[in-house]
Design a protein. Sequence first.
Length: 300
Amino acid sequence: MSDRHGTLLLVIPIVLPLTDHLFCLSHLLSNIDQNLRRAIGGRWAEFMAEFWKAYRAVSPEMFTERWEALVASFPEAAAYLTNELWPCRERWAWTFVAHKFTVGSRTNGRVESENRVSKNWSGAKTSLYQLYAATNKRTDGQSLKDMCTVRDSSRQKHPSQIETVFPGPLSVIRKHVGSFGLQICFREMESSLYYAVEALQIPAGFRYWRMTNTYENDTAHIGSKWLLRLVVNQGLRVTMVLRVSHLGTGKAHILAFTDNQTYVCDCTMGLSLGLPCRHYFHVLSSTGNLRFHLSVINRR
């Protein structure tokens, strides 16, 4: 993830040909501000509201529709929107990046923060070896802190209800996952208790889920139709589709389980952050034939 610097656009496909190059949302918004605010003038707030509406589209088709409406509503910005942002939409628009593993980040702010810290021990006279050694020392210190946090968390007595519902997953997570992953998983386990689950059956006349796309959820972070299409395009076969609904708000999410023992949820947390969501944990606790596997947590 980076800004749209010309050098990076040329080098990354050569150096990292198998890596998805995404654009930092913060830099993208800064560029939009610099190039369009003056031209749009008093309608700036209206423009940004419409831009975010297009950005949050849950499918490519919806994004195209809303983007065309944005361009038509603001002809003074049409050239920039059409020539600069539209061609690279698959590197920044939510519907194209929500399912990519970015450890939950949409900006490169973490890298820039670390860069500011590294300037405290480096300067114009610092050699590459000295910078390398200092960076490793800081990394070792962070790793030690994480290990201590995991140890303390593993010794902490959590609410007995969670310990009872998820004894197996908690044991595996405490053994193999870092402090951040452990804390997030436990939080999602707690939240999972407030949901209900139902199975969505394959419609009559269809043999596989790839033959139909009748499920849509307007409140999802990514469209269910688009999600199932992504799964099938990866060569995976969907074996089970479930709807998980919140008992209080009624808000629903769709989970699809595949033949390689993984799952995808339209909340995209498992895909983007790389940690299982509360909807998965609810299914895990309420479905007898489903077993927790460490593969649902991405390596960092």
